[in-house]
Design a protein. Structure first.
Length: 64
């Protein structure tokens, strides 16, 4: 919470606490979305869009 408060430029942590609240269910749902089987970052079946495309790979490395 302190990091969020700093990012928002709040002088006091209590200011952030007014509207930056997540109950246990909200936290559980967020963790499930980030780590669940439907998370595209965890899927072994998806092939990255750039795989095998030398032009995109060069562009990602800034080589155009």
């Amino acid at each position: 919470m302190a990091l969020l408060s700093e990012w928002l430029g709040h002088a006091q942590l209590e200011t952030t606490m007014i509207y930056a609240y997540a109950d246990t269910k909200m936290k559980r749902d967020a963790i499930q979305k980030a780590t669940g089987n439907n998370n595209p970052l965890r899927s072994n079946e998806q092939i990255p869009y750039w795989k095998g495309d030398d032009q995109i790979i060069r562009k990602l490395y800034g080589l155009k």
